[in-house]
Design a protein around this ligand. Structure first.
Ligand code: GLY
Length: 280
């Protein structure tokens, strides 16, 4: 059993050393809690659990603490892919809820598994999700100063459970100050993908991640027999052609973990029950 989580990119320009330390501590606690959960649950259940903990923490740009879009409204996106069933589910630009990943988890059980905008909002209401504002004063301040673009962040988790099943989940508050209606990578197979061979979750600039088809490309390469490190390196090399801004975490069916970033510094943690690594 192993898992990795990421908390998006750390922006030196907008955050202090204190924030960096607090984020590292939060990552350590969340990955430890998620690992305890993984002992009794599947990879799919665990990635949802871990992403929910990240969404609940205002330090990260997902759920509480999400970025505000150009029109002053928060719209969030999230997705889940179960490597066992190969089912992908997602919500795009959902509003006024605390945990987009929980709605995504419910969508695994229905035929129409990716919902956007009003359809996603209506589905969330239909399953009894309470209305909740995820805005925090810091994001409103950034919005008012039109500095929201410094907050490139997303959260994600990849896990392998005791039965060797893989899963990936990703959730985001977006780039910040984007045009309403913009689609994030986080609820696409470019930002979040898993099968029986590999699971990958991405963070960074959604347009670059989609242009690079990043998560799906890495997973496909591993599926075709390329080792995870080489699959990451080749896919990130292809991002360089257009200076793509992205980071990703991944795990394969043998438990090999890998992560890479095209620009500094993705915030992530890895844990196998023995060794805990937190990078920033
Ligand atoms: N990676 C998050 C976004 O661009 O929306």
């Amino acid at each position: 059993m192993k898992l990795l989580i990421h908390g998006g990119f750390f922006s030196e320009s907008s955050q202090s050393i204190e924030t960096k330390l607090v984020k590292q501590q939060a990552m350590s606690q969340i990955i430890r809690d998620a690992y305890v959960y993984l002992k009794e649950h599947t990879a799919k259940q665990t990635v949802v659990y871990a992403v929910k903990l990240l969404e609940d923490n205002p330090l990260f740009n997902a759920g509480i603490g999400s970025q505000i879009q150009r029109d002053g409204i928060i719209r969030m996106s999230a997705s889940l892919m179960d490597g066992k069933t190969k089912k992908f589910s997602g919500v795009i630009n959902i509003q006024q809820i605390k945990n987009p990943i929980e709605v995504v988890s419910c969508l695994q059980e229905v035929d129409d598994r990716v919902l956007g905008g009003e359809g996603a909002n209506t589905f969330a209401q239909h399953i009894g999700t309470e209305s909740y504002s995820t805005e925090i004063p810091q994001r409103r301040k950034e919005y008012e100063e039109k500095l929201a673009a410094t907050g490139i962040g997303t959260v994600g988790c990849v896990a392998i459970d005791a039965h060797g099943n893989l899963a990936a989940a990703t959730s985001t508050g977006g780039k910040g100050f984007e045009i309403p209606g913009r689609i994030s990578d986080s609820a696409t197979v470019a930002g979040n993908y898993a099968n029986g061979e590999c699971a990958v979750s991405c963070t960074g600039v959604g347009e670059d991640i989609v242009s690079g088809a990043l998560a799906a490309k890495i997973v496909t390469r591993v599926t075709d027999g390329i080792e995870i490190k080489s699959a990451f390196e080749k896919s990130f090399l292809e991002l360089e052609e257009f200076d793509g801004f992205a980071g990703a975490i991944g795990i394969d069916k043998n438990g090999a973990m890998y992560w890479q970033e095209s620009h500094p510094q993705i915030v992530f943690a890895a844990y196998d029950g023995l060794e805990l690594t937190v990078f920033q």
